[in-house]
Design a protein around this ligand. Sequence first.
Ligand code: HEC
Length: 441
Amino acid sequence: MKRALIVLLPAFLLLPALAFAADKPATTTAPTFTKDVAPIFYDRCVTCHRDGNVAPMSLITYNEVRPWIKSIREKVTARTMPPWTADPTYGHFLNDRTLTTAQIETIKTWVDTGAKEGDAKDLPVAPKFARGWNVGEPDQVFEMEEEFTVPAEGVVVYQHFAVPTNFKEDKWIRAAEIRNVDSSVVHHVIVFIQPPPTDRPKPFGIIPGKNFDTGKRDAPAEIKGTKVNRETLGYFLTATGPGERGTVFPAGSGMRIPAGSNLIFQIHYTPKGKSVKDHAKIGLFYLSQPPVNEIRTIGVQNGRFTIPAGEANHRVDSSVTFAEDARIWGLIPHMHLRGKSFEYRLITPDGQSRVVLSIPKYDFNWQMIYSLAEPLVIPKGSRLECTAYYDNSKGNKYNPDATKDVKWGDQTWEEMMIGFMTYSLDSQQIKKSAVTEGSSR
Ligand code: HEC
């Protein structure tokens, strides 16, 4: 069984130039590792396949790669590696890391012609991963104030750790990266921005659909001894799991952290047989001046479903309506182990409906951020609809228990139905720019 991981990556990473550099077909001479294959691996594999990261082996040097060639040929031709679950029919995504047909052909031919190493001078420089940080050197780092000891076994309820920013004025960030997470016991981390009570977030231009509520609003979360309810957690900053490269917001956008905010680390620990200490931190990367668009991430969710025991194809819907002109920058579907497929549709006021993102075979192990190559322009009055299907039958090999009805809940044997969306409101454009004025699809 695959390891359960959430891989939220590489959020909004902008590497289009590199991405196409390796896109040339195999030549008549047999391809070599140094000349033809390494450039593909360095671009598309080594964020995960390097020492100390999420994948089981490093794919940087020829000696590291050689023992794996059969498996590489198989996974690459089956398109299971690199992982990417979106249906290519819909939408273009900045962080799409699928290989082109030509790249797959190159790898296949290379293996079939004896996986030659080639001339050392052809080898490109391996990508550098800056001192533990992928995005670069952060402007400021905030850490959990104390280590958390994860027990060897049992169920650990979601843990919340508040870290004061002590910001005297609002700060704008262009990127954020979570580090020091022990991936063997950390299922995922979400960091929320919790503004001071005087600056609670406004609804930000959307009208939630019916069933939006999780019905658990009053469930208190313990944050450093203070009882707070879910609403006061604040709003989503970034999330991560193993293999992540950090969240870089698209050019022209940024997220505001109000003066006096706390950062709330919400961590889901899954004990793995031995007690481990964990200590998460987040690096923030500041914008020197406010961006054009203030972005916000919210969950388009339905918290009031029941998935009947044994049901193999149960549908759950959620929606929001935009009260203002807006732009959508990124999408993150989220379900648990019974999740089967997920789709986002946009219905514009003229009644036209179109698919924005479709995940035909949802895989809990590979949850990703889908960063739109260009923001989706949303006319006021449009509705964003999400449809999820769940398999609560015995036929789903990941199903923890096919004999139970399942409702909303934090734990992986419970379910969630959230279509996260990162968006901005045109009315809140802080300054106008030719870049965003011109963009439409
Ligand atoms: C997002 C992270 C990620 C990226 C990018 C990625 N991999 Fe993987 N890879 C994994 C993880 C995690 C596993 C182990 C779990 C699994 O197989 O699903 C894995 C497993 C594999 C395996 C199977 C190893 C075995 O046990 O036989 C191969 C082969 C592989 N990857 C090749 C590649 C190649 C080649 C690329 C780039 C073209 C790539 N991967 C890109 C994360 C990644």
